[in-house]
Design a protein around this ligand. Structure first.
Ligand SMILES: CC(C)(COP(=O)(O)OP(=O)(O)OC[C@H]1O[C@@H](n2cnc3c(N)ncnc32)[C@H](O)[C@@H]1OP(=O)(O)O)[C@@H](O)C(=O)NCCC(=O)NCCS
Length: 233
């Protein structure tokens, strides 16, 4: 049950919320039951933390804790779903949606209006730009860059998936970079340090350290050694 709080204008708090004094709060923030907000977090106007999906609202079980580690920032009107985990100093942009049980590691940046689907993991320091969607079960390793408006898909049958067939989400290996407007067919893997050109249509796996371009995307060259990530941090 949400209750008004006098900590900030329009603030609504659920039961069992941990909210240290040094958290900065905009107006009309909503924090659902059992959420744990770390020290120094910033929750901007109308941010919603720990949202339970409408289809589950009559589930009698208590909310799974939604966790924001210290220094995380959640932008205006962004939604962080129940059970999600946001790492230290990560940024969730305005109007982004981080769905239930997703995990966004430390210092990752989820851009404005990005959709991180249920249970998806985003690695440390990875950056995802405006309007991109991450279809489940996507994997994003660390130091990945995904440009604006990238479309990922997970259902090769376009909504005719049989009971024995599983969704196949995209895999972004460490240090790979994807240009704006690229589209990825279900289950493709972008190899370590690979580059996908803007607007490419990726129909098959991209080998590590290569640049692909076009529709369908084809390898055009190797990524220069100086542009590759070093050993894991
Ligand atoms: C893939 C990419 C890195 C290639 O860069 P590059 O190797 O320096 O390529 P160049 O700019 O020298 O172009 C080489 C050729 O490829 C073409 N080309 C470049 N990018 C292209 C693309 N995305 N799709 C199709 N053709 C492309 C150029 O027109 C040029 O053709 P030409 O030789 O006939 O004139 C770059 O073009 C790209 O797509 N960058 C992504 C930018 C982006 O989306 N950033 C996101 C953050 S805003």
């Amino acid at each position: 049950m949400l209750k008004p709080s006098d900590r900030a204008a329009g603030l609504l708090l659920g039961e069992g919320v941990e909210l240290p004094e040094d958290v900065l709060l905009g107006g009309h923030v909503i924090i659902h039951d059992n959420a744990r907000i770390g020290g120094g977090c910033r929750l901007q106007d109308a941010a919603i933390i720990g949202r339970r999906l409408g289809r589950d609202l009559d589930d009698p079980r208590p909310h799974e804790p939604t966790v924001l580690e210290p220094g995380a920032i959640v932008g205006c009107a962004a939604i962080v779903g129940e059970g999600a985990w946001i790492g230290a100093r990560a940024i969730i942009g305005d109007r982004a949606v981080v769905r239930e049980f997703a995990r966004v590691a430390e210092e990752a940046v989820i851009g404005q209006a990005v959709a991180v689907s249920e249970g998806v993991e985003v690695g440390a320091r990875s950056r995802i730009q405006f309007g991109t969607n991450l279809a489940p079960p996507a994997t994003v390793e660390e130091d990945v860059f995904i440009g604006p408006g990238v479309v990922t898909t997970n259902d090769p049958t376009l909504a005719r998936l049989g009971p024995d067939q599983a969704m196949r989400g995209p895999v972004f290996r460490r240090g790979c970079r994807v240009g704006g407007g690229a589209a990825l067919l279900p289950g493709v893997e972008i190899g370590e340090d690979a580059i996908v050109a803007a607007r490419a249509l990726v129909t098959r796996d991209v080998p590590a350290g290569t640049v692909v371009m076009g529709a369908p995307a084809r390898v055009i060259r190797e990524v220069a050694a100086a542009e590759r990530t070093g050993p894991p941090r």
